[in-house]
Write a protein that binds this ligand. Structure first.
Ligand SMILES: NC(=O)c1ccc[n+]([C@@H]2O[C@H](COP(=O)([O-])OP(=O)(O)OC[C@H]3O[C@@H](n4cnc5c(N)ncnc54)[C@H](OP(=O)(O)O)[C@@H]3O)[C@@H](O)[C@H]2O)c1
Length: 269
């Protein structure tokens, strides 16, 4: 999708973190934003930021846990802004904990917000997109490329998102709809990692929320299958991990990822 001007994008997670960066970046290309999250204050802040730059942003306060009511959300978005051309499944949650210490509700909420809601929103929007054209961008994570101890439910949800996107991309070949998955590593200055106030392992480093937003724009404009947002040569290491998972474990241990994740589980952040 090369020219985005006049398109309408539904962006989930638009109240804080990376979502507002994505929305502002799309709005600068002339895209009308329909932002979704629960917190009205954050939604209003993003709307004001976009409007102060001359963009258009509508907001809907909605809890994505209500999977059965997502069709109402879609209806509301369409009545505010018209047909949805772009869906950005950005909202996500993570909970660092020893696996056995997670409650059943935590397990189900991570899977619902990170995987089920994006899949259902896509299912609802896809028929119209197949007629008119459209684009879907899914925000996954490097944690979906290599499992993450103390955050394995999140890893499972993001791995699911990556594989679902991969399958659907093949199914959509030759149609008017494109789909991409974005896999960020640790993101500084805004978002769930920045909010934890811990330092990223030196060897992995951090990227900025604007790097993620730029990747979303590039994915839509160039029809990219997958974009990894991380400094350094992570792709060869991920490939090695596929060939020999135990060596992959050793590499992430060298990087200090399990140690950092355990610290976050013990501090619950
Ligand atoms: N930050 C990172 O380092 C990083 C790295 C890799 C991948 N990612 C991925 O990037 C995406 C954005 O993450 P972020 O760092 O921006 O997270 P964040 O700062 O925690 O923001 C999450 C957003 O999702 C919304 N959300 C959460 N639960 C919701 C619910 N039940 N209903 C509706 N909206 C809900 C939040 O809004 P309300 O609370 O107002 O509802 C918020 O706008 C996620 O998918 C995350 O997994 C982030």
């Amino acid at each position: 999708m090369e020219n985005l001007s006049g398109k309408v994008a539904l962006v989930t997670g638009n109240s804080q973190g990376i979502g507002p960066y994505i929305s502002r970046t799309l709005a600068r290309e002339g895209v009308t934003i329909v932002g979704v999250a629960r917190t009205e204050e954050g939604l209003n802040r993003t709307k004001e930021e976009i409007e102060s730059e001359g963009g258009i942003c509508h907001s809907i306060s909605f809890d994505l846990m209500q999977i059965d009511r997502l069709s109402e959300l879609v209806g509301q978005a369409q009545s505010l802004a018209g047909d949805i051309d772009i869906l950005v499944n950005n909202a996500g949650i993570e909970i660092y904990n020893y696996y056995q210490n997670n409650g059943a509700e935590e397990l189900s909420s991570i899977l619902k917000i990170n995987l089920h809601a994006p899949m259902e929103l896509t299912r609802l929007l896809l028929p119209a997109m197949l007629d008119r054209g459209g684009y879907i961008v899914n925000l996954a994570s490097l944690a979906g490329k290599k499992g993450m101890g103390y955050n394995s439910i999140y890893s499972a949800s993001k791995a699911g998102m990556i594989m679902w996107t991969d399958g659907l991309r093949q199914e959509l070949r030759g149609t008017k709809v494109g789909i991409s998955v974005i896999c960020p590593g640790y993101i500084d200055t805004a978002g769930m990692f920045a909010g934890s106030h811990v330092k990223a392992p030196l060897l992995l480093g951090t990227s900025s929320p604007q790097d993620v937003a730029d990747a979303v724009l590039k994915a839509i404009q160039q029809g990219k299958a997958e974009i990894i947002v991380n400094k350094g040569p992570i792709k060869p290491l991920l490939a090695i991990g596929q060939i020999t998972p135990r060596f992959g474990d050793t590499v992430v241990r060298w990087f200090g990822v399990p140690k950092l994740s355990r610290k976050r589980a013990e501090g619950n952040r």
